[in-house]
Design a protein around this ligand. Structure first.
Ligand SMILES: NC(=O)c1ccc[n+]([C@@H]2O[C@H](COP(=O)([O-])OP(=O)(O)OC[C@H]3O[C@@H](n4cnc5c(N)ncnc54)[C@H](OP(=O)(O)O)[C@@H]3O)[C@@H](O)[C@H]2O)c1
Length: 312
């Protein structure tokens, strides 16, 4: 089968298409013929030797196969959860080695859910790592009806699912992006938009119960003045420094970093929302398997709208 191997950390030139044997599945795994793979910033970060390179034995792999997000068809099953012929999607073995840049992927069945019948494999592959992150962040923070939720980078992969999920939870949603993506963010259901390039956050909003940082750098600290006493902020990009933590504590704000993890239970929850028409993937661009380097360049641009997907 064709698989895209990272020969060593570095540029996209280190991604090489290779022929390898179809993987053998273990107990409780299924073999999936991959139809679509979604690409995330962590793919590029890991390719460069960062990201999850240090987790789950990733760096111990001699020829690392990147990627975690897939949608496809079960061709072999050693699990009671899925049968041959089932269409499934999920984020495989994150954080760890997903081996998803391949024509066939061996996946723990309990990282997957049945793909909703009415959506394409591209849309399903998209709604994995990014959508799981938004779901796990809101669940962890206990976001509820009536909360005022601020989402930094509401137009990106995670952000575009986060807006829809926060609205589903009954929150009042304020999303940030550049002016170019204003209409997109509002079309997802956001109640308000803030153009981070031309508006000051502190002037544009206040009384936030929960801030979701999908940007990193200064977004946690910038959120401080707009958060309510007793509010919460979760970042998914980088550690919160001791200094910032002290500031948060002094203002009675809870701050944390969250790392997404594979979960079939959460995938089933997302699948149901998708089937009910309450959550949609916006796939802004697709690439062929041979165009993986271009897909990495796009995700590294930091300008991706919604999700990008590689179609096999
Ligand atoms: N900890 C975890 O488990 C976890 C999980 C998923 C993702 N992440 C990390 O979270 C980050 C976001 O992931 P993603 O998939 O959503 O990335 P993405 O799709 O590449 O995000 C791109 C979007 O970010 C917006 N953006 C860029 N700078 C911004 C800023 N300063 N303020 C507001 N919006 C801004 C861009 O909009 P404009 O072009 O309009 O600026 C663009 O639409 C990445 O660093 C990723 O590695 C972490």
């Amino acid at each position: 089968m064709k698989t895209m191997i990272l020969v060593e950390p570095g540029s996209t030139e280190n991604l090489k298409m290779t022929e390898v044997s179809v993987p053998q599945i273990k107990a409780d795994e299924v073999l999936i013929k991959v139809k679509s793979i979604s690409i995330n910033p962590v793919d590029a970060k890991t390719r460069l030797g960062g990201g999850v390179y240090k987790y789950g034995g990733v760096s111990k792999q001699s020829a690392l196969v990147l990627g975690w997000d897939i949608s496809g068809v079960v061709t072999e099953s050693k699990s009671g959860l899925f049968n041959v012929g089932d269409e499934v999607f999920g984020m495989v073995n994150f954080p760890g080695v997903g081996n998803a840049y391949a024509e066939y992927v061996a996946a723990p069945a309990d990282h997957l859910a049945l793909k909703p019948a009415d959506i394409s494999h591209d849309e399903a592959a998209a709604a994995t790592l990014a959508a799981l992150t938004a779901l796990q962040v809101f669940t962890d923070a206990g976001v509820k009806k009536g909360d005022r939720v601020l989402i930094h980078a509401a137009s990106g992969g995670v952000g575009h699912y986060a807006v829809q999920l926060a609205k589903h939870l009954g929150a009042y949603v304020i999303g940030t992006s550049s002016a170019a993506n204003r209409d997109f963010v509002l079309s997802l259901g956001a109640d308000e938009h803030i153009d981070y390039q031309n508006q000051s956050l502190a002037d544009a909003t206040k009384d936030i119960d929960f801030a979701f940082d999908c940007v990193g750098s200064n977004s946690v600290i910038q959120s401080l003045p707009v958060l309510k006493n007793g509010g919460k902020v979760t970042t998914i990009v980088g550690q919160i420094s001791e200094e910032v933590n002290e500031k948060l504590k002094s203002e009675n704000i809870q701050g944390k970093l969250l790392l997404v993890h594979s979960s079939g239970t959460d995938m089933k929850f997302l699948a149901q929302l998708i089937a009910d028409g309450k959550l949609k993937s916006h796939v802004s661009k697709t690439f062929s398997f041979d165009q993986m380097a271009e897909a990495h360049a796009q995700i590294e641009s930091g300008r991706t709208v919604g999700k990008i997907v590689v179609t096999l």
